[in-house]
Design a protein around this ligand. Structure first.
Ligand code: MRU
Length: 353
């Protein structure tokens, strides 16, 4: 499938840079941002220049390559890997893909150092870059497989509702929640996507609407508070969203507002799907209650585009994510299969740790 959006790209060899689409500027401006060091990437992750669980993970893997650029010995490389991983792990708390990717880079480094203690730092750095590229390519493949596995859920002539952005901009590939839509579109199906604007940072309006429009998919932007009336009117056949972390029992954290959509879907009998790769599962935690939820700055709610939209000093509650209980999830679409009515047993059986 042709996907022109390149959310993140490593440029050069081991002394290269990470180029990101600066998602803070979309849709008004389409600009890239170069990260030359972990500090720049940390800021890019925290301020959502790069965002979406899988994309954060892939970016962090390359961030480790940025962190080892000036190391001169095998020992130095190892030290820099650990320092960079600790540092980047503090950038955002909820998406488990970040920690998954960093753990994988740490493991690759530990294995390399054990097997090649005398080797040159340059070879070590190459091994790390190869690992980061492998994580990127795997993510692309997982997105394609999610698309294939979820495509048949979209009826020809039907309508899907999605929340936030779980598309190409949120991954290294064609996305998770949007992947079945891209696959259905490619197969010639006609359908409509209702795009929740996704307050407060408008990932739906700014990013999903942009992506779907570019792909020629019929997208209709709605305010978050319109989903109920759409479902009441029978205008939504299914909901597909992404996830930032799925607990062992199937509870899934995703962008704030997803829980409300899932409750509405249950009320109106609309199937509610989560699309996520295996890197989004966290089998170390039993339920969604243990998922750390990021609290973000009050300004995101009380200001817009630098203009105050609420009285100065107003108290603000701004969690970035909420948790949808497994019982509200019709199925989880993964790269391996569609897990119907997810629960602990099925997740243990179908998801490789
Ligand atoms: O705060 P964001 O924009 O990083 O939140 C993103 C989401 O909630 C996505 O739905 C999720 O990460 C899945 S992306 C494939």
């Amino acid at each position: 499938m042709n996907m022109p959006i390149e959310t993140l790209k490593w440029i050069g060899d081991t002394d290269g840079t990470l180029e990101l689409i600066d998602q803070r500027l979309l849709p008004a401006q389409s600009q890239t941002l170069q990260c030359h060091n972990p500090e720049q990437l940390f800021e890019a992750i925290q301020t959502l220049a790069v965002r979406g669980a899988p994309a954060i993970g892939v970016a962090a893997a390359f961030g480790v390559c940025l962190g080892v650029r000036s190391a001169n010995t095998v020992l130095d490389v190892m030290k820099s890997v650990n320092e960079t991983c600790d540092y980047l792990a503090a950038s955002r708390p909820t998406a488990v893909n970040l920690f998954w990717a960093l753990d994988r880079m740490r493991k690759r480094a530990a294995d390399f150092a054990e097997q090649n203690p005398e080797d040159l730092a340059a070879v070590f750095k190459e091994a790390l870059l190869v690992e980061a590229c492998a994580i990127q390519v795997e993510d692309q493949k997982m997105c394609l497989a999610i698309g294939q596995n979820g495509e048949s859920l979209i009826p020809d002539g039907g309508a899907v509702l999605t929340h936030c952005n779980a598309g190409a901009l949120a991954t290294a590939g064609i996305g998770t929640a949007l992947a079945p839509m891209y696959a259905a579109h490619q197969n010639g199906k006609k359908f409509r996507v209702f795009v929740d604007e996704t307050r407060p940072l408008l990932q739906g309006a700014r990013l999903t609407a942009w992506e779907l429009t570019q792909a020629g998919i019929d997208a209709v932007l709605v305010c978050d508070n319109m989903a109920a009336s759409l479902m009441q009117a029978g205008k939504v056949d299914l909901v597909i969203t992404g996830a930032d972390r799925i607990a062992a029992n199937g509870d899934a954290a995703n962008k704030i507002g997803t829980l409300g959509v899932s409750i509405l879907a249950k009320h109106y009998g609309v199937p509610f799907y989560i699309a996520a790769p295996s890197s989004t599962f966290d089998l170390s935690i039993e339920s969604g209650a243990q998922i750390p939820i990021e609290q973000r700055n009050a300004d995101e709610v009380s200001n817009f585009g630098g203009t105050a939209t609420a009285p100065e000093g107003i108290n603000v509650y701004n969690p970035a994510f909420d948790v949808t209980p497994a019982e509200y999830i019709t199925a989880i679409i993964t790269e391996n299969r569609v897990i119907e009515s997810p629960d602990k047993q099925k997740i243990e059986q179908f998801v490789k740790p």
